[in-house]
Ligand binder design. Structure first.
Ligand SMILES: Cc1cc2nc3c(=O)[nH]c(=O)nc-3n(C[C@H](O)[C@H](O)[C@H](O)COP(=O)(O)O)c2cc1C
Length: 197
């Protein structure tokens, strides 16, 4: 007996796409919908139930403050020869064109009792839960790990503790275009080995 409509779930998973803020419309994502995403995130699997995900949700003025900080700090700390005007604009646009930006944070438990890669895996699964929720609701989203994701300045801006680390940002908005087509994927047989005896 199937518990859910598997055909719809398969479609939801297989047609999930990264959709970028440049492709978003001005339509705002409701707080209720963001709450559904965050609720689904917290049901991801987690070794010893450490629940290593933390989310910082930027909306309204908070989102503008994030856009200003991320782009201006990038400009400030990047040596002139490395600075890219295009990257500066993209960093700003990513947040300004999104309806919501969620900072994805890894939070290690006090005893760091689980290997870090397992905790990162758990956080990634929580993000996938959010992304699949977006796929179900027809929302655009992508996980971006560029800009100042790994910089100390970002850690301070996000007010992260010593046992916390930013893994990137989840940018969300309504797509202004048709739902994107499939991206490239390796065939199943290229990534699978069946051991039968
Ligand atoms: C951990 C992680 C970090 C990512 N960082 C970036 C990024 O910095 N910039 C970007 O354009 N896409 C980023 N992506 C999105 C991937 O480019 C995207 O998932 C890939 O192209 C496959 O497309 P799909 O998500 O539509 O299947 C990231 C995805 C993951 C899982």
């Amino acid at each position: 007996m199937m518990r859910f409509n598997v055909s719809e779930i398969n479609d939801c998973i297989r047609t999930r796409r990264s959709i970028y803020p440049v492709q978003f419309s001005d339509r705002e994502v409701s707080k209720e919908l963001i709450e559904v995403m965050l609720e689904n995130a917290r049901w991801a699997p987690t070794h010893k139930l450490t629940q290593p995900w933390r989310f910082k949700v930027f909306i309204d003025e908070g989102k503008q403050r994030f856009a200003d900080f991320h782009s201006e700090k990038y400009k400030e700390i990047t040596p002139e020869e490395k600075f890219s005007e295009m990257k500066y604009k993209k960093i700003r646009q990513n947040a300004e064109r999104s309806s919501v930006v969620i900072a994805i944070v890894l939070h290690r438990d006090e005893k760091a009792s689980i290997p870090e890669e397992e905790e990162i895996a758990s956080v990634a699964m929580a993000v996938q839960n959010m992304h699949l929720t977006c796929s179900a609701y027809g929302l655009g989203a992508y996980w971006g790990s560029g800009g100042l994701t790994r910089h100390e300045e970002m850690k301070q801006f996000l007010k992260l503790a010593d046992n916390e680390r930013c893994l990137g940002f989840f940018y969300i908005g309504y797509p202004a275009m048709d739902w994107p087509k499939k991206t490239e994927r390796m065939e199943r047989r290229q990534v699978t080995e069946w051991i039968e005896e």
